[in-house]
Design a protein around this ligand. Structure first.
Ligand code: SF4
Length: 250
């Protein structure tokens, strides 16, 4: 029987080629060549996928109420990211074995364009050694399902764009209670050898890159955007502050 892994088709490229591939997709999105996900969205972001985890129905209600300006902003955001990507490419360190980049990533994953900008991507010996995200939260030591989805979505986006990820690539979330603690934790992080850590007001969570696990987690979320299934409502503590609870029949 054909497994999910058998169906994965990814090609690992050099750094410049992978950046070029991401640029081509960003430019196509900014020209309006992608339009046809649910609600006419041209692409999704890892944050949007993460918000699906709480309650997809709530997300659906908020997108139904989105203004034309907000819709247009998604396209103009892609245009801005092209400039950021080109700037990052101009400053690629060509001599170093180890370096960190902060740049936008874009790829079509399972038929859905995903665009995002991780806090940092750490390269070591020609491979992606770590993808790093930062977050301010009241509970830094807890890794939520939504955090996992976000890390997986970034890993898939980089992998599908052709960036050289390996089984040793770490997916790192640095969580802290406030901005100062987050900056301190990020600046003392050695991404290539990051280990899980729980400290005073900050924590580091580390996941392994495994494309099969990532796809198993994210594919069902992507299926919603392709119109392959209806939204699902998920009740929880968040319902008490949901602006759509009068509409919601769940
Ligand atoms: S009330 Fe709860 S279940 Fe209904 S849409 Fe809002 S968050 Fe989702």
């Amino acid at each position: 029987m054909e497994t999910l892994g058998d169906m994965i088709s990814m090609e690992s490229l050099g750094l410049e080629e992978a950046i070029e591939r991401a640029r081509i997709l960003l430019e196509a999105v900014s020209r309006g060549e992608y339009c046809c996900l649910r609600f006419g969205l041209p692409y999704v972001t890892p944050s949007l996928l993460a918000s699906q985890v709480f309650c997809e129905k709530k997300l659906e209600y908020s997108l139904l109420n989105e203004s034309e300006d907000e819709k247009a902003k998604r396209v103009s955001e892609a245009r801005k990211l092209v400039e950021v990507l080109l700037e990052a490419r101009r400053h690629l360190p060509r001599q170093l074995d180890r370096f960190t980049l902060s740049f936008p990533v874009a790829a079509v994953v399972e038929g859905v364009p995903i665009i995002g900008r991780p806090h940092a991507v750490y390269f070591e010996d020609g491979h992606v050694a770590a993808i790093v995200l930062g977050k301010i939260t009241m509970r830094p030591s807890k890794l939520y399902d939504s955090d996992r989805v976000k890390l997986y979505a970034y890993a898939l986006t980089l992998a599908y764009a052709g960036f050289p990820l390996t089984s040793r690539t770490r997916l790192v979330l640095v969580a802290a209670k406030d901005n100062k603690k987050l900056i301190d934790a990020l600046s003392s992080l050695d991404p290539g050898s990051a280990r899980p850590f729980r400290g005073d007001g900050a924590a580091i969570h580390v996941l392994a890159h495994d494309v099969h696990v990532e796809l198993e987690t994210v594919s069902n979320l992507l299926a919603y955007w392709k119109g392959n299934r209806a939204s699902t409502a998920r009740q929880g503590p968040w319902c008490s502050s949901c602006p759509f609870r009068e509409l919601c029949k769940n």
